[in-house]
Design a protein around this ligand. Structure first.
Ligand code: GDP
Length: 298
């Protein structure tokens, strides 16, 4: 656990500190429940998850004596109950192949790195993978994806800087189909400062994909940076409207105290959380284990 999730330590410390302040009395009364709820909100779990956890604690333990340790455990159990329904791995099931995974998210969220990590995970499961450099707006994005592709040994379909992302995606699907590739992962631009353009670009990509295969994209993965806290949740709203979202990956859970936002996202949106990013290295993408995560948060 320590090796896998040592990165959650800051989130855990924060919640523990906040909870410690909450437990003044030995019996679980309304005042204590208020404090627990506040502690959860301050730890980025969001008002809705905080209220739900409070209510469960009240139902199960009101008026009973509860130690610090028992409170922590009870909170962890309720967090796990919120996370379990959304812990859904990204499965490769598309027929015909390839399964097209469109990856969206604002610049800096960890999109490119997550694509490389995902590709690596799929490779380890013996799936063949291809990448498409659909973020043609930033020259650096193409270069960075190319570097990862070379490092992990997967083919990359790319075009010139400023090229048409939809045409790159078209070429990539053709190439992946010809080769019988299992998974095609498509990078996209993340210029949220120009929503109209980005929305047009994403919908054009979707249209091209849909023409080649009515089921594509099979997955629309939104990459969120946990360090943005509640702001990451706003991005879910924006991208759902803009491109549709079928699942989430939350990155940078190492080194932030805002890991509670994972629980807020699960509670408020119910979207599958496929994986979490806990570092910058290629194998720092973890399958989302709700019980483990709940235990390390609380
Ligand atoms: P993009 O602009 O969305 O494509 O973001 P990048 O993939 O370039 O990532 C932005 C920065 O975040 C890079 O320095 C990555 O190494 C870093 N990064 C991505 N994922 C994680 C993560 O899970 N943990 C940490 N600590 N850094 C990450």
């Amino acid at each position: 656990t320590e090796r896998l999730f040592g990165g959650f330590r800051k989130t855990q410390q924060r919640l523990a500190e906040n909870l410690t302040e909450a437990v003044g009395t030995a019996r679980l009364d309304d005042a204590t429940l208020d404090q627990v709820e506040d502690a959860l909100i301050m730890s980025d779990l969001g008002p809705s998850a905080a209220a739900r956890i409070r209510e469960k604690l009240r139902e199960k333990r009101f008026g009973l004596e509860i130690s610090q340790e028992q409170l922590k455990e009870a909170v962890a159990e309720e967090i796990a109950a919120i996370l379990r329904p959304v812990a859904i791995p990204l499965e490769i099931t598309a027929f015909p192949r390839p399964q097209v995974v469109l990856v969206i998210g604002v610049n800096g969220s960890g999109k490119t790195t997550t694509i490389a990590k995902l590709a690596h995970l799929f490779q380890e499961d013996d799936y063949s993978v291809m990448l498409a450099a659909g973020d043609t707006f930033r020259a650096a994005a193409i270069g960075q994806l190319a570097t990862w592709a070379e490092r992990i040994g997967v083919p990359l379909v790319r075009g010139p800087e400023g090229g048409d992302p939809a045409s790159i995606v078209f070429d990539a699907v053709k190439a992946a189909t010809d080769r019988g590739t299992d998974v095609l992962i498509v990078d996209t631009a993340g210029r949220l400062q120009n929503k109209r353009e980005l929305m047009d670009e994403l919908s054009k990509i979707r249209k091209v994909l849909g023409r080649l295969n009515p089921e594509a994209p099979h997955d629309v993965l939104l990459v969120l940076d946990a360090t943005n806290g509640q702001n990451a949740l706003n991005q879910i709203d924006v991208f759902r409207e803009m491109a549709g979202v079928t699942g989430l990956v939350m990155t940078k859970l190492d080194g932030t105290a805002r890991g509670g936002v994972l629980v807020a996202a699960a509670e408020q949106y119910g979207l599958p959380i496929h994986a979490i990013g806990v570092g910058e290295k290629i194998d720092d993408l973890r399958p989302f284990d709700p019980d483990l995560v709940a235990r390390v948060i609380a």
